[in-house]
Ligand binder design. Sequence first.
Ligand code: ATP
Ligand code: MG
Length: 214
Amino acid sequence: MRTIAIVNAKGGCGKTTIATSLAAALAWEGYSVALGDMDPQQSSSDWLAQRPEEYPGIIGVNAQDGPLRAPPDTDILVIDTQAGIHGHDLGNVVRRSQTLLVPVLPSPVDMRAARRFLDHLLELKPIQTRQAKVGLIANRVRPHTIIYRELTGFLDDFRVPVVGQLRDSMNYVRAFERGLTVSDLPPYLAWQDWEQWEVILDWIRSKRSMGKGG
Ligand SMILES: Nc1ncnc2c1ncn2[C@@H]1O[C@H](COP(=O)(O)OP(=O)(O)OP(=O)(O)O)[C@@H](O)[C@H]1O
Ligand SMILES: [Mg+2]
């Protein structure tokens, strides 16, 4: 089983949006996907509870019920983590994952918080020994803005790749309310989002994103 965790201690940067979107995109590809929810706020579990039956299914696993364990036939476990994650919880999720995605928002407060988080994350042993690979995602991007240029400059400073960017779009907000993601929306509405996800999925499919740990 492959495990991909979405992590950033900063609240509101898009962890749940990205975890649910990734889970749905992989389910559309035919994988057996589990979505693990480590957040006591239960946003991704609530999202999954709303998901209509006619869309590709995702198995929910909830850390509030005990240690996260996906069913044995799961191909890919996507883990949504809580804001403020640190210490044991962070160590555990990093140790069990082959891939970590870190969303970062283009705002000065978020970039400062991301620097602190990444400085800490990149020191952890499974990452130093390449057991787990890290990819950054620039989220809620509005291209051609000054803050976007600052964000790309900021992200380039790290030793880890920027594996994609997601535009700021009401598609994410509206789909989420209905238990859906941009992968579930028709192309005439969401083709730009699909294109952006294809870039991230290319990285996820490549060896570059696969640590040997977990
Ligand atoms: N690309 C996007 N375009 C538009 N809105 C977005 C996008 N990404 C996230 N959002 C919105 O931003 C808000 C925060 O996103 P989300 O809940 O995914 O963040 P989070 O990191 O999981 O937050 P928390 O730390 O509280 O768990 C939500 O209202 C979500 O709909
Ligand atoms: Mg969340």
